[in-house]
Design a protein around this ligand. Structure first.
Ligand SMILES: Cc1cc2nc3c(=O)[nH]c(=O)nc-3n(C[C@H](O)[C@H](O)[C@H](O)COP(=O)(O)O)c2cc1C
Length: 209
């Protein structure tokens, strides 16, 4: 049973005491055992508006060089999923060879799960903060959102797929020219248990300098 939004501690204000460390076996266990759920396996119920708002408050607490907040979140849930899908279909409708199947897939893309949060990188040239670091903050926000959703009791996954790489699709979803889609974070209730996947071998990826 997912936790209600009210279960999340109240937001801290500037200069409130915060946690420099927070011993938590539950967090370690979540990190050791969590898995994404395939988008087609995410069923109702999805997170409510209150739950999504609470998750976004947590996702926004990511490291962020220069305190720029170089990301924004677009919630696509409920009937908005069909409207967003229609905008995607219109974006490709005049493409050569486009058929009903492709248009139907575009229309249904965001309806595969109960809710989706599009995490948008707003990274832009800055006199002190490299865009590379701004992009990383957006990627962290995507993962923080997914982790928070898992901890609230929801399944989810991060996908980019073609709309992230199609300028017309990005415009149709309301992105400005310089903005990029860091990820669509799909959320819902897993239809079935998940199992562990292959993990990158650390032996060849960890060294001691
Ligand atoms: C930024 C980003 C974009 C992704 N886009 C896709 C995608 O478009 N299609 C896909 O099949 N998987 C994509 N993935 C991978 C899925 O999220 C995948 O389910 C996940 O890596 C499974 O690993 P996990 O169970 O450890 O989360 C993407 C991953 C990331 C980090």
């Amino acid at each position: 049973m997912p936790l209600p939004a009210s279960a999340i501690p109240a937001p801290l204000q500037d200069n409130d005491p915060a946690d420099a460390a927070h011993e938590s076996l539950e967090t370690l266990s979540l990190l050791a055992r969590r898995r994404s759920t395939k988008v087609g396996r995410l069923a109702e119920p999805g997170p409510s508006e209150d739950q999504i708002d609470a998750l976004l408050r947590l996702a926004a607490r990511v490291p962020d060089h220069g305190k720029l907040g170089p990301w924004r979140f677009v919630v696509i849930a409920g009937e908005a999923r069909a409207r967003a899908g229609e905008a995607l279909a219109e974006a490709i409708a005049k493409d050569e060879g486009v058929d009903e199947a492709r248009l139907g897939a575009a229309r249904g893309l965001l309806q595969r799960a109960p809710a989706c949060v599009m995490v948008v990188s707003t990274a832009a040239p800055h006199p002190k903060i490299p865009e590379w670091e701004q992009l990383q903050s957006a990627a962290m926000a995507s993962f923080a959102l997914l982790l928070a959703a898992h901890a609230m009791g929801f399944g989810g996954c991060i996908l980019t797929e073609w709309p992230a790489y199609d300028a017309r699709a990005r415009a149709a979803l309301g992105l400005k020219e310089h903005e990029r889609i860091a990820g669509f974070v799909y959320l819902g209730t897993p239809r079935e248990p998940v199992t562990e996947r292959f993990r990158a071998d650390l032996g060849s990826r960890v060294s001691r300098f």
